[in-house]
Ligand binder design. Structure first.
Ligand SMILES: Cc1cc2nc3c(=O)[nH]c(=O)nc-3n(C[C@H](O)[C@H](O)[C@H](O)COP(=O)(O)OP(=O)(O)OC[C@H]3O[C@@H](n4cnc5c(N)ncnc54)[C@H](O)[C@@H]3O)c2cc1C
Length: 531
């Protein structure tokens, strides 16, 4: 039995690295007389008569881009910096339109914040990742890299919620949906949810309807916090804990009082109140690295993308001929378009002067941590694939046994979001707190041997979804022609999720293709959603 924290290598994998060389910023404006100024059409702008089609992507049908590569008369060139989901998406979308793409990633693997590593026989994910059926862009991404079957969705939303508040023992409730139209699809589940009183359940229903009526395009929503709105709409502290935060903390990485009403409304409206199946949950049945590194790399290779790992970009400068020079150790790459798909702090450090009106705003976007606690037992202690918990510090527990390659015993991962208070606690303290909590929740653990206990810490797992963050998030276009931004933190309207990362990549690729004069119709449905 070992009792270790994840070695420093894990933290070293966390973003937070900045360009090691000074950034040259001179001469930028002179060089911007670029042909890329001729933007043929703006993203989401006027459509050709033949474009037709709907402006939304149904949650039940992912928009799978046809893998059609147009052979241009003259190859356009692009460099994508950052091999997380945003960068991989951008690279694939550009390559699918016939652009010659080079993808540069500083680490030895693709996948950014969603990755796996080896620990003895276990393949461990740095953090449990789930997505919802309404995540149409991420579902497109899974299809695009031939991975959809490896990360299937539940047939129907079904979340076991175990409450151990009362000393007598745990009580199981379920958040489920029926095959009824919105909002009736959740009616029966809410009416029988045992963790709220009858009065609280009625008030939850009324607040959900008020939430549904909010206009997500109203910028005022971003200035208010979700907690205050819930209180104003009659939600008790218990209702916030047992329902709103149960979902909100896991999706926003913040408790209601710390979250922008705009982002929270977006999550609840889209996930729970748009289509009956929108909140059905999907997760990888294999290690994340299998999807976001191996299969993504395979898709990139077969699309002709040149991918360079362990290649950290140190500067991006205009070369005076309407193109860009991208500096990596030992090489300068030349490209017509550059997409910066790196975290906001790195983007700030790499952006040439004048590319954004107020680049310092990027540094005002805060970050929020996620902690994962990993426990390997000598026997099976949990029958379900996952559950959420109340009345305990434990938030969500997932069975990782099969995905990790463990052949004996059971491996559980506890996903602890908004973990500001615990992210720096020693493993011994976390062990002392969480093993007894698991014994309260899962009687089967009581006589079981703990074969391994370790933690993974992601201090900058997401951007902090605080009120006001919306005005800090830039869109894909910069003021520098040919230079674009992508990343879950950019202005996608979504919280920091895989969905947001993929959407940002689609937006950035769309903007670049428009300027490069390359076809974008293979992405139109997604553009409409991402715009
Ligand atoms: C523990 C944890 C749990 C999560 N759970 C969920 C979940 O359940 N569901 C969900 O949807 N989302 C979840 N997320 C969020 C999700 O993982 C991220 O939003 C998403 O992966 C971000 O992708 P990205 O491409 O925008 O950024 P990143 O993944 O940060 O990618 C940026 C890449 O740029 C590279 N880079 C930086 N600087 C340079 C440079 N100078 N040169 C070259 N490369 C550079 C970095 O190495 C990195 O690979 C979770 C995140 C964590 C950490």
């Amino acid at each position: 039995m070992s009792d270790t924290t994840q070695p420093e290598g894990l933290d070293a994998e966390s973003p937070g690295c900045s360009a090691s060389e000074p950034k040259g910023r001179a001469g930028v404006e002179d060089a911007w007389g670029s042909p890329l100024l001729e933007r043929s059409r703006e993203l989401g702008g006027a459509r050709r008569p033949d474009e037709g089609g709907s402006s939304t992507v149904a949650a039940s049908t992912p928009a799978v881009a046809p893998r059609r590569r147009t052979e241009p008369q003259e190859k356009r060139t692009a460099v994508v910096v950052g091999g997380g989901l945003a960068g991989i998406t951008t690279a694939l979308a550009l390559a699918d339109a016939g652009v010659r793409v080079t993808l540069l990633e500083g680490r030895p693997r693709l996948g950014g914040l969603a990755f796996s590593f080896q620990r003895g026989v276990l393949t461990v994910d740095n953090g449990q990742h789930v997505y919802l059926r309404c995540c149409t862009a991420y579902r497109w991404f899974l299809e695009r890299i031939d991975a959809a079957a490896l990360a299937p969705l539940q047939d129907r939303l079904d979340v076991p919620v175990l409450d151990v508040t009362k000393p007598a023992g745990g009580r199981l409730g379920r958040l489920r949906r029926d095959a009824l139209p919105v909002p009736l699809h959740l009616g029966r589940s809410l009416a029988t949810y045992p963790h709220l009183s009858l009065a609280e359940r009625a008030k939850v229903g009324r607040a959900a309807l008020a939430l549904k009526a909010l206009d997500l395009a109203d910028p005022a929503l971003d200035s208010e916090d979700f907690g205050s709105w819930l209180t104003r709409h009659g939600q008790s502290a218990r209702a916030v804990e047992a329902l709103w935060d149960l979902v909100g903390v896991a999706t926003l990485n913040a408790v209601a009082g710390d979250a922008s009403l705009g982002l929270a409304a977006m999550v609840f409206k889209t996930g729970l109140l748009s289509e009956p199946g929108a909140a059905d949950i999907g997760w990888a049945r294999v290690p994340l690295g299998e999807l976001h590194d191996r299969l993504a790399r395979k898709a990139l290779d077969s699309s002709g993308v040149r991918t360079e790992l362990r290649t950290r970009v140190t500067s991006i400068l205009p070369n005076g001929k309407g193109r860009w020079s991208v500096q990596v150790p030992g090489e300068t790459l030349d490209a017509e378009a550059v997409v910066l798909a790196v975290p906001q702090r790195e983007a700030h450090d790499l952006l040439p002067e004048g590319a954004l009106d107020a680049p310092e705003r990027l540094l005002e976007i805060g970050t929020a941590p996620i902690l994962n606690i990993h426990v390997v037992y000598d026997r099976k202690v949990l029958k379900r694939p996952f559950f959420a918990a109340l009345g305990t510090p434990v938030q969500w527990v997932f069975d990782r046994t099969e995905a990790s390659g463990l052949s004996e015993g059971q491996y559980l991962a506890l996903s602890q979001s908004a973990a500001q208070d615990e992210i720096d606690e020693p493993v011994s303290a976390l062990r002392e707190r969480y093993l007894p909590e698991l014994e309260r929740l899962l009687p089967g653990t009581r006589g079981a041997e703990v074969r391994d206990f370790f933690v993974t810490r992601e201090r900058t797992a997401t951007f902090a979804p605080t009120p006001g963050v919306g005005r800090l998030r830039p869109g894909a276009r910069t003021k520098a022609p040919g230079l674009y931004l992508a990343g879950a933190w950019t202005a996608t309207g979504w919280p920091a999720t895989m969905e947001s990362a993929v959407r940002s990549g689609v937006s950035a690729a769309g903007a670049a293709l428009s300027a490069l004069g390359r076809p974008r119709d293979h992405l139109f449905e997604l553009f409409e959603e991402a715009a």
